[in-house]
Design a protein around this ligand. Structure first.
Ligand code: AMP
Ligand code: MG
Length: 360
C-alpha cells in the first residue's frame, strides 16, 4: 500500500497541514509496526507446526534445555513450549507479550455444605468457608481465610456429610451462622484492599460454589448475594479451553499437570489450595485467567437483610422471625430461586453426574 501524500496543489492552512502530516506519520508508524509483527506471527506458526510434530521425549528435552517445567501430559507440554516461544518472539518484536494477568489477585473458594447420600434435592447449607488468596504477579499464595458455619435448616450433620467432608458436629455447633462468617470474610477482603486498590476475581472448581451453594445460602440467610460473587472464573472451563482438552475434575486436572492432590479431598481448605495450584500452573503457562461464568441474581426481596438500609429496628424482628421459620417456608424460598448461569443446564446436569461419580 502506498503512503498517502499531500497533493502539492492543495491550498490549506498551516494548522491543517500539520494535522495531515501527523496523520501520515501515524499511518506510517502503524504500517511499520504491522510489517514488524506480521513475520513474527508467520514464524510462530512455523514453530507451532514443529512443536506439534515433536515426540514427548523431544518435548521434554527442549523444555529441559529452556529450564521449563517438564511435568504434564503431551498436550500440556506442547502448550507450554508454544507459549514460551510466543512470549519470547513477541517481546523481541516489542509487541505486547501474552501472559499478563488481568487481575492483581485471585480468591479461590471451595465451599463444603451439608449433604445426604443419594439425595440430590437436599437443602445444602454452607458449613465450611475457605478462601485462598493468590497474588497473580508473584504467582504465590499470600493469605487464607478459613471458618466453619453453623447450619440452621438441618443442624445435625448426616453421617455421610461428616464422612465426606471430615467436619464434625461439634465444629459446626461451635461455629457462627453464615452471615457473620461472610461479614468477616468481606472484612478480610477489605484488609487486602481487594476491589479497592487491587483488582481480583473469584476462582472455583465448577459452577456450583457460586451458582448453587452460595445462592441457596444467601436465600436461606435472607441476605443479598455478594456483588463480587456474581461473576467468577470456573477453573474447569478455563483449563479445558486453554489446554484444549475435555472438562476434568480437580484430581484429573492435577494428574494431567503431573501433580498430586495435596491434603484431604472434600476438605474445603485443601480443595481450595489444590485449585490454587492449578491456577498457578495456568498462569505460569501463560494463560490469562478471566471471568468465564456469571449468575443473574434477581434484586433482593423486600424482606432481605441489607435490602432496605432504612429499616431500622427491623434486624431484631428479622432474627426472631428467622428462628420461627419452618422448614416448609425455607423450602418454598428455595423453590423461588431462579438460577440463570451461562450454560447452567449443562453444568447442573454435570453436577448430578459429578455426585453420581463421587458416589460410585
Ligand atoms: P466438593 O467441593 O467436591 O468437596 O463438594 C462440595 C459439596 O458438595 C460437599 O460438601 C457436599 O455437600 C456436596 N457433595 C459432594 N460430593 C457429594 C456426594 N457424592 N453426594 C452428596 N453430596 C456431595
Ligand atoms: Mg470441596
Amino acid at each position: 500500500m502506498s503512503t498517502p501524500e499531500l497533493p502539492d496543489c492543495c491550498d490549506i492552512g498551516t494548522e491543517e497541514k500539520e494535522a495531515s502530516s501527523q496523520k501520515v506519520h501515524k499511518l506510517r508508524a502503524k504500517r511499520d509496526q504491522e510489517d514488524e509483527v506480521d513475520p513474527v506471527y508467520k514464524k510462530l506458526s512455523a514453530i507451532n507446526g514443529e512443536i506439534n510434530r515433536m515426540t514427548v521425549k523431544e518435548l521434554h528435552d527442549k523444555l529441559r534445555e529452556l529450564k521449563l517445567d517438564v511435568r504434564g501430559t503431551k498436550d500440556i507440554l506442547k502448550k507450554r513450549l508454544k507459549m514460551h516461544f510466543k512470549q519470547r518472539k513477541l517481546m523481541k518484536a516489542k509487541a505486547k507479550p501474552p501472559g499478563d494477568s488481568t487481575y492483581d489477585y485471585l480468591i479461590i473458594i471451595d465451599f463444603e455444605a451439608t449433604c445426604q447420600e443419594n439425595n440430590l434435592n437436599y437443602t445444602h447449607e454452607i458449613i465450611e468457608f475457605p478462601a485462598v488468596l493468590l497474588d497473580c504477579h508473584t504467582r504465590t499464595l499470600v493469605d487464607e481465610f478459613h471458618e466453619f458455619c453453623k447450619p440452621l435448616v438441618n443442624p445435625r450433620l448426616t453421617e455421610f456429610c461428616t464422612f465426606l467432608t471430615g467436619i464434625s458436629q461439634e465444629v459446626v455447633d461451635k461455629a457462627d451462622e453464615f452471615p457473620a462468617v461472610l461479614d468477616r470474610m468481606q472484612s478480610w477482603m477489605n484488609g487486602h484492599y481487594l476491589g479497592i486498590d487491587h483488582t481480583f476475581a473469584i476462582v472455583t472448581d465448577g459452577p456450583w460454589d457460586m451458582s448453587r451453594f452460595l445462592q441457596i445460602q444467601c436465600n436461606l440467610s435472607k441476605i443479598p448475594f455478594p456483588y463480587w460473587a456474581k461473576k467468577w472464573i470456573n477453573i474447569r472451563k478455563a483449563y479445558s479451553s486453554y489446554y484444549s482438552c475435555k472438562r476434568m475434575n480437580l484430581e484429573e486436572m492435577l494428574t494431567n499437570l503431573g501433580l498430586k492432590f495435596e491434603g484431604i479431598q472434600h476438605c474445603g481448605l485443601h480443595d481450595s489450595r489444590n485449585i490454587a495450584r492449578i491456577a498457578i500452573q495456568l498462569l505460569q503457562d501463560g494463560c490469562d485467567l478471566v471471568k468465564n461464568e456469571f449468575l443473574h441474581v434477581a434484586p433482593p426481596s423486600p424482606g432481605a437483610r441489607g435490602a432496605d438500609k432504612c429499616a431500622s429496628g427491623k434486624t431484631q424482628r428479622d432474627s426472631n422471625e428467622k428462628k420461627s421459620k419452618s422448614s416448609e417456608e425455607m423450602e418454598q424460598r428455595l423453590k423461588e430461586l431462579k438460577l440463570e448461569s451461562k450454560n447452567f443446564v449443562d453444568e447442573n446436569e454435570d453436577l448430578l453426574e459429578y455426585h453420581r461419580l463421587q458416589s460410585a
